[in-house]
Design a protein around this ligand. Sequence first.
Ligand SMILES: Nc1nc2c(c(=O)[nH]1)N[C@H]1C(S)=C(S)[C@@H](COP(=O)(O)OP(=O)(O)OC[C@H]3O[C@@H](n4cnc5c(=O)[nH]c(N)nc54)[C@H](O)[C@@H]3O)O[C@H]1N2
Ligand SMILES: Nc1nc2c(c(=O)[nH]1)N[C@H]1C(S)=C(S)[C@@H](COP(=O)(O)OP(=O)(O)OC[C@H]3O[C@@H](n4cnc5c(=O)[nH]c(N)nc54)[C@H](O)[C@@H]3O)O[C@H]1N2
Ligand code: SF4
Ligand SMILES: [Mo]
Length: 676
Amino acid sequence: MNLRSKVVRSVCPYDCPDACGLLIEVIDGQAVKVTGDPEHPFTRGTLCPKMAHYERTVHSPHRITQPLARTGEKGTGQYKPISWDEGVERIVSTWKEIISQYGAEAILPYSYAGTMGMVQRNCGEGFFYRLGASRLDRTICSSSKGYGWSAVMGETLAPHPDEVGKSDFIILWSTNALATNIHLLNYVREAKKRGAVVWLIDTYENPTARLVDKVVLVRPGRDAALALGMMHILASENLLDQSFISSYVQGFEELRREVLPDYFPEKVCQITGIEEGLLRELALYYGKARAPFIALGSGLCRYGNGAMTVRAITCLPAIIGAWNKPGGGLLVSTSTGKAFPTDKITRKDLLTKSTRMVNMNQLGSALTELSYPPIKSLYVYHSNPAVVAPDQRMIIKGLMREDLFTVVHERFMTNTAGYADIILPATSSLEHSDIYRSYGHYGIQKAAAVIPPVGEAKSNWEVFQLLAQALGFTESYFKQTTEDLIEGLIDPPTEWLAGVELKKLRGGYPVELPLPGNYKTRFLTPSGKIEIYNPKETEPLPYYFAPYEDDAPFYLMSAPSLYSLNSSFNERPDLLSKKKGPCLLMNPRDAEDKKLLDGQRVIAFNVRGEARFSLKITEAVPQGVVVTEGLYFSKNIEDSTVNALTSQRLTDKAAGSTLYDVKVDVRNGEGVKPTT
Ligand SMILES: Nc1nc2c(c(=O)[nH]1)N[C@H]1C(S)=C(S)[C@@H](COP(=O)(O)OP(=O)(O)OC[C@H]3O[C@@H](n4cnc5c(=O)[nH]c(N)nc54)[C@H](O)[C@@H]3O)O[C@H]1N2
Ligand SMILES: Nc1nc2c(c(=O)[nH]1)N[C@H]1C(S)=C(S)[C@@H](COP(=O)(O)OP(=O)(O)OC[C@H]3O[C@@H](n4cnc5c(=O)[nH]c(N)nc54)[C@H](O)[C@@H]3O)O[C@H]1N2
Ligand code: SF4
Ligand SMILES: [Mo]
């Protein structure tokens, strides 16, 4: 190690359940090396391929380092540098004009999870409430999954991930954990060493398939039928835990009487496409295991029936009493929001009158169809809707509007930034402070800035402070430093936080939120029991209904890639070369029917649009399904990507995205020029 170098702790800011602890080696204000913190209990010293060279992202030559103003046509990428003063002045004067003509609801913020830090992620909300802008319903990821879990389990604490290590039968259900939750696999490996059996239930043999003992391929959007079919078999084979049910479960008898008879194996196999022998084997393994554990990913919640699917699966551990056994349970996500008074950041109280809510999955319609008032300005921060949000063609049509004033606060020239009127340079997580929690474990950690801002970059909070000042907002909230906001989350500590060593937390070390001894059987629902029957639901008992489905031959899965995270990391040539460009995986028999050859250019299309891929023929994908891994930037304005195919339809509950509930046809794309 160089004498001038120092090694400091930080936290991975990305939208990933692992929320890893990082060690950053810094020389002369530059991050030169990034490694996993060996003292972080979940990270255990290893990082994913994306973050192993985070310094290449932070000091990328593609970083935006100055505010920029558009000089050419929208979408053509022509900009000139301007000062921060000029940038802020242009934004504020344009907004004032818009507000006087249309009211503040003509302004729409758009943000999601470029950074998961509690301050930088959420600090725009108070600002836009104060402004009186339209509000954004932030449901693109997995709101329906949370809804489905809560409908059965209320606010019950999720199991600690180390339970997985104690299980003897693990189901990885709708997750490509090898890409999206790699540190959970440490526990899976531990369990395997002790003899545990691991299965994967997915719509294709995703890369995690090679780590498991058996794969069950289910037709997309049918998992509720599968879960109910498993419960039918568990009941008919007497594999229920009656004593657990009578102490802790509400409504199993109703389910057994009114719903389960409908989910006999022949019917379930017809719906799900699973062979009867395999369905029985799965149900019997699950029912006979000492402590079965389900790790539930989010793919299956992004359908028109997503919330109900998660609700049905959440009933499974209840009827066999898995919650009562060390190593048994179901992990949907750890919700640790209650540990922090996040309303001190989001400041709902600054909203003085009711304002319009726009669903983030329907940005395309919002920009092109909304009136009274129309959206006249869009402010995007830590999100890239032109790539990640559904129905891309509509979004681009909206972003192209000459009368839409778009501001994008970004680290890189994303496709969304390419349509902006003003671009503001954003800091990376190493350049600002924050405090982090996780949705995959119970660790929390504070991270101070470890290097100065690259160029003239500013953090989300700094920009909202500048805008607040220019708009004359006088509330003391806007005068607080980032450090003040972090401290406000810790002090005074909530009841949950009071159990952690605050000195260690303030010092930047990873600490764990404590869990009460009996938490796995403390069911925080209105009845105090697991609510298979939930009287508050419009349908008090879970059942299966079909997802939306387009009229086209192939289900399209646009699953995560190991080498990017949503649209992030596309700035990295080292990772892009491993990603190998947008591919479409197809079963050999489908390719033969369509007379398509391995490696050729193909176009996937449906009523909403089309996207180009290179075809990869593989048995990993069943007939009737095509798969693409990872999101890519469009190279030019004519070229759409996978979200040109996805729809703005919402889930059954919680207004979530239906990004996987989409069907396409595929045709030869050799020698065909792109069209929009
Ligand atoms: N490397 C990497 N890591 C990531 C991300 C990334 O893009 N890349 N994204 C991050 C984000 S934002 C999130 S939310 C998490 C998501 O992490 P996960 O929840 O693990 O991943 P998902 O993409 O939601 O779902 C993955 C799997 O669902 C399967 N699937 C789709 N439909 C169905 C279905 O109907 N039934 C079943 N059984 N399976 C189905 C897909 O084939 C895919 O294998 O990962 C985070 N981590
Ligand atoms: N077809 C399809 N579409 C999907 C998915 C899918 O599986 N299939 N996954 C969906 C899911 S699960 C999610 S969660 C969404 C995610 O969608 P987004 O949250 O939009 O995620 P990213 O694409 O990672 O874009 C985040 C952007 O924030 C920027 N950024 C990072 N840190 C900061 C910061 O501190 N300040 C500012 N101002 N900018 C910052 C990054 O440079 C990056 O461009 O995408 C969804 N889209
Ligand atoms: S595994 Fe997830 S949290 Fe850990 S370094 Fe990679 S992206 Fe970050
Ligand atoms: Mo997500």
